[in-house]
Design a protein around this ligand. Sequence first.
Ligand code: DX5
Ligand code: ZN
Length: 221
Amino acid sequence: MRLGVPIISPSILSADFARLGEEARAIEAAGADWLHVDVMDGSFVPNITIGPPVIKALRAHVAIPFDVHLMIAPADPHLEAFREAGADVISIHPEAGPHLNRTCRRIRDLGAKAGVAFNPSTPVEAIDFMLEDVDLVLVMSVNPGFGGQSFMASQLRKVQRLRDMAERAGLDIVVEVDGGVTPDNARACLDAGATALVAGTAVFKGGQSAYAANIAALRAA
Ligand code: DX5
Ligand code: ZN
């Protein structure tokens, strides 16, 4: 898994869904490190997107790791299917089930990296006593459900807190920011301690010929 900093993880949610394979190939060719896949169930969040069959179909098109963000509850019954479909990182929200630690351990047992995703209102304490079982934390800088929303600068404090927690514990945890990320706020995210940036709108705007420049603009921050 490539771990240069920052890791750029474009969100497929902003792609043309009628041409997903081609879009994924274009994103990989444009220099993306990971592909962020937003999975929504219409219940945990008010939108419905894609599931394991689509991820499996996409897997054949690109080699970069799939960074799968599960906005579904419950998540536990579906972990294996997402892993089998090709997920390399699987992030779940603490609100998705009663046993966050068991879920993270299960994700690792399946051979994927375990991520914990925080809504803007979710405090970081949920992982205070289980940092060693977490590979990635995902700080949502919008309320989950839709692409194209405005970045919430209030979440930078959470990025900082999580980064401090990981450093104090001496753990190499990826700190990912997701939602409304643009070249204008990417620097602030990285300064706060982010090591991975998810971006949908900012990467997919302008069509395929613009993807490389859009990714480079985020990296340049
Ligand atoms: C929101 C998703 C994000 C989002 C990113 O629920 O988790 O990944 O689609 O898209 P932009 O960058 O457009 O906010
Ligand atoms: Zn996401």
